[in-house]
Design a protein around this ligand. Structure first.
Ligand code: BGC
Length: 731
């Protein structure tokens, strides 16, 4: 795997630095280090999966934990400041093949020169370890060279508005010994403890070591005496442990670094690189004739693969990854609808653990439904580490809280409940994982069906769902959202289908007995699915929701993404127009494409294309996917490129807050299910009419199915497209 992403600059531009912080994030699914330079201060510390804490407004948020990564250099007692004095060149290279980040900083001031080169890893195999090896070469200078390696515990989470902030942890233990330094922090709600230890070493024996302790950091200082020129080499090991795995995270983090130190550096790195090689061999993608899109697909895959922790029972995949604090680290439908297809295809065990997150909190989902007066299970629109609704209801825009925005999504974006049921079925179709279904997949399907059964009301001979919100968040409190009602119909279909299958499979039968699913109940599900109101006109055009066509019509400028091309007077009354924020009818028509004729899908696609602002990064991938299925290849490809570059090009102007994991997954969803036409039936892969570009001469990749990994080969002869499913190449 050859892909490298290189960024060069002269000096630090803090705005760009935060974007690079996201793009160059290294993670192993357990914890992540953003890509900001270790040589300069940064407001970001560590993000450790599962570590959330209570916060006003947003309920719980991913904690910006202490920063263990810094390596500060002082030349003659003067800190090397990358923003002033002297000339700098900074080059950073992310190698996604090996999961490494290389940094080269060159500095010169008059006759003095310093070259810093480092390699950083967040170990993919040793889940509690990160490490940096650096060399510092100096010329034209003799005197003291000081390297300071701190753990900084002044990292905070900004609240809303951003001038208020919380430091979500307290340092409850600290230790400095000959092995290194370490702290144990506890979140304010006392739910979690994290041990962070670090040790900086050099094979050059001629240095003095000092421990530095201040109010908000603890550090090791190595002091070297340099002749007129010289090179020193340092290694920094970082151990990060949670009280989820061990009782004494501080002790454990010290153990981790001392074990790492006992290994040869090259062996340590090789173990990490081998793990990445193994992971990439599960995909082994080649698109002959279009290296550019191959590169973009792999870049997105890298960030998705980084989020997998094989040693965790369930995975919490936030909508901005472990890459930033956007959306406070909350999980949305992005995970189940947009990223799951990628994991199902390339790492079904990870897909299972993503669904296990939903299983883990099904009792919470049942409580949620009950609290609203309904039966069954309703999943929260946003959730964190405890499965409880975490969507803010109101967000103050000014420090005194005078200007407040009411957020309706938590109350109304209940479609996530049907999305999760859809995801369970997709996973089962690909894997035939009966054990998962007995463990909880069936429960999710039946309990979500029960939620809808209590949620619908019967009016004028139809079942209707009132006061709700589809993916299009411009309109709230609507009745009969097309997206919701069609997805609910699918949810009920699935409950009915799996009920019948449960009668045949012994372990499953036990589940319907325990849950007391009866023939009567199934009859009711069928009755509702047959009579649920789907707001479509006789000419095949479907309304987003009841009354949508009565709203003021307005069309977007083609190729304009987001609201920036809309006139201000339209933005002010957007909810009174037919503009939609993101794929909604189009998303349903893609996910449920076998339920509609191609003519109807085409008609709706064209209609909504002209009225969608794509203000969410989830929109473009769905449009790309459906355009590909419809054979609108130019549009499908342009949108695929855009979706794939969401963060690389910072299309939504907020990459600094984290990676758009939904767009990354959506890019793969469009490629696999839109372009290639991958479907699963009873654990087998079926390729339904690939829609490929004429320049794609040959496409090759591996994909998982019930019968193990298969190699897909699609040959484009110019006249014909030939697909084959083979055994994968031996690595
Ligand atoms: C979108 C949602 C999405 C959320 C998190 C919102 O802007 O409208 O569909 O789930 O962002 O990515």
């Amino acid at each position: 795997m050859k892909y490298k992403f290189r960024y060069t600059g002269s000096g630090i531009d803090y705005l760009l630095e935060e974007k690079l912080g996201t793009l160059l994030t290294l993670s192993n699914g357990r914890f992540s280090l953003r890509g900001e330079l270790e040589l300069a201060p940064s407001k970001y510390g560590l993000f450790v999966s599962h570590i959330y804490d209570y916060t006003p407004i947003f309920y719980r948020e991913l904690v910006n934990l202490p920063r263990p990564v810094a390596i500060y250099i002082m030349v003659d007692d003067t800190p090397l400041s990358l923003v002033k004095e002297g000339k700098y060149s900074i080059e950073r290279t992310l190698d996604i093949g090996s999961g490494t980040l290389e940094t080269i900083v060159k500095w010169n001031n008059d006759e003095k020169q310093l070259v810093y080169k480092s390699l950083r890893i967040v170990h993919k195999k040793i889940k509690e370890l990160a490490a940096i090896k650096a060399s510092i070469e100096v010329k034209g200078f003799s005197g003291k060279l000081i390297i300071v390696s701190p753990i900084e515990f002044n990292t905070i989470n900004p609240l809303m508005p951003e001038d208020v902030s919380i430091r979500h942890y307290k340092v409850i233990k600290s230790e400095a010994n000959s092995d290194g330094i370490g702290i144990e922090v506890e979140t304010l709600d006392k739910k979690y403890r994290v041990g962070i230890a670090s040790s900086i070493r050099s094979n050059d024996k001629k240095y003095r070591r000092k421990i530095l302790i201040s109010q908000d950091s603890m550090g090791e200082e190595l002091i070297f005496n340099i002749g007129n020129e010289g090179i020193i080499e340092i290694m920094k090991y970082i151990g990060v442990s949670r009280n989820i795995e061990v009782n004494d995270p501080l002790e454990r983090s010290f153990e981790v670094i001392s074990k790492a130190y006992d290994m040869k550096w090259n062996d340590l790195v090789q173990k990490h690189v081998d793990e990445w090689k193994k992971i990439w061999s599960r995909i082994d993608l080649r698109i002959e004739g279009d290296e550019y899109i191959e590169r973009l697909l792999k870049f997105n895959a890298f960030h998705l693969l980084q989020l997998v922790d094989d040693d965790s029972d369930y995975l919490i995949i936030p909508s901005r990854g472990l890459h930033g604090i956007g959306y406070r680290g909350h999980v949305f439908w992005d995970t189940d609808t947009y990223t799951l297809p990628f994991y199902i295809a390339f790492d079904p065990r990870a897909a299972r653990r993503i669904l296990m997150y939903r299983c883990k909190f099904i009792e919470e989902a049942k409580k949620y439904a009950r609290s609203l007066g309904y039966n069954g299970a309703r999943y929260p629109w946003e959730s964190a580490d405890d499965g409880v609704e975490a969507t803010p209801r109101e967000i103050p825009l000014d420090p005194l809280g005078k200007d407040i925005v009411r957020i309706y999504t938590g109350d109304e974006e209940e479609h996530i409940t049907a999305d999760i049921a859809y995801a369970v079925d997709l996973y089962y179709n690909a894997t035939m994982d009966q054990e998962f279904m007995s463990k909880c997949g069936l429960k999710i399907l039946f309990e979500t069906a029960r939620y809808w059964t209590s949620r619908v009301v019967f009016e004028n001979g139809k079942y209707v769902i009132k006061h709700t919100m589809g993916p299009d968040e411009y309109h709230h409190g609507v009745n009969n959202s097309f997206y919701i009602n069609t997805m609910v119909r699918r949810n009920l279909d699935l409950a009915i289908k799996y009920y019948h299958e449960s009668l045949r499979i012994r372990d499953w039968r036990r589940i319907i007995e325990v849950l007391k699913v009866s023939e009567e109940e199934v009859k009711l599900w069928r009755n509702i699915r047959n009579n649920i109101h789907i707001p479509c006109r006789d000419d095949g055009l479907c309304e987003e929701f009841d009354g949508y066509m009565l709203l003021e019509d307005f069309k977007v400028k083609p190729n304009c993404i987001g609201e920036k091309c809309l006139p201000p007077e339209i933005i002010d009354k957007i909810e009174k127009t037919r503009l939609v924020k993101q794929a909604d009818v189009v998303a349903a028509m893609f996910l449920l494409k076998n339920e509609f004729s191609e003519d109807i899908i085409m008609k709706n696609f064209k209609y909504y294309l002209e009225r969608t602002t794509h203000s969410s990064s989830l929109s473009i991938p769905m449009y790309s996917a459906l355009a590909a299925r419809l054979g609108l290849m130019d549009l499908a490809y342009n949108y695929l490129l855009l979706a794939a570059a969401s963060d690389l090009e910072d299309i939504y102007d907020n990459t600094e807050y984290g990676f758009h994991i939904g767009a990354a997954g959506g890019t793969w969803l469009a490629f696999l299910h839109g372009f290639i036409g991958i479907n699963y039936k009873d654990g087998e892969i079926i390729i339904d009419k690939p829609r490929i570009l004429s320049k794609w001469r040959r496409i090759l990749f591996n994909i998982s199915s019930k019968n193990g990994v298969k190699r897909i080969i699609i040959e484009n002869t110019g006249n014909d497209v030939i697909c084959s499913i083979k055994e994968p190449l031996k690595q």
